[in-house]
Write a protein that binds this ligand. Sequence first.
Ligand code: HPA
Length: 275
Amino acid sequence: MTVKEQLQGCVEFVKARVSFCPKVALVLGSGLGGFADTLDVVQTLDYKDIPNFPVSTVAGHNGRFVFGHCAGVPVAAMQGRVHMYEGYTPQEAVLPLRLLRALGAEILFLTNAAGGIQPGMKAGEFMLITDQISSFVPSPLRGENLDELGVRFPDMSAVYSPRLQKIIRRIAVNEDIPLKEGVYVQTAGPAYESPAEIRMFRSLGADAVGMSTAIEAIAARHCGMEICGVSCISNLAAGISPHPLSHEEVKEAADKAAPQFETLVRRTIEEIGKV
Ligand code: HPA
């Protein structure tokens, strides 16, 4: 089955069951999925019930779409995402957000848990993503171009919308939520990085590292979405952290940061809905 056929099949299946038209697509990262439960839920759809849809297998990722309103704004939240380290191709990993684009979503709000590289970062803080490095993972746009979605050679000079960045910065100040900002680098995972790799990423200009997001942002730019992203710094990256890294630590830190995170996301969506 081609990428195009797989996407078309999923879109047809979901459109036949969901009449909701989201304005904002929201991807909820590790430990951050609880936000979806705070929506005024209209409908949910489990990924496993959609034929040929990639299903997430990681603990802490539920694997469903939650359609509902946040402060009156129609939102499609992804409770869980699929990662390349689960064995999926980059094209499969971006299928869900292409599907949400097909349902009508214009804005993509990406969240993730990430390791902090920037000097001075602390676990539990947030980082507004201002740019990204995807050079260490294959492009989700590899292969035949889907002309109906976007151009063969899309521009990536402003992946993260300056307009949305401005809104998020203002909200963080107003809500008294400390917000770092910087460049996110995606690795293939699933192993955490070695200290030497983190030193390399630092010297290349990265401020936080994770195993998702950058390919999603590329696919979303390709199909014309306006993007913003926030990382929850769940741990200091390898070699900076005084102790070994674990998924439990990542989940725990993300859980602890969840209330502030929810405020930041809710207020941002509220502002987006006004314009
Ligand atoms: N490295 C990669 N991915 C991550 C990390 C990390 O330190 N923390 C959370 N996701």
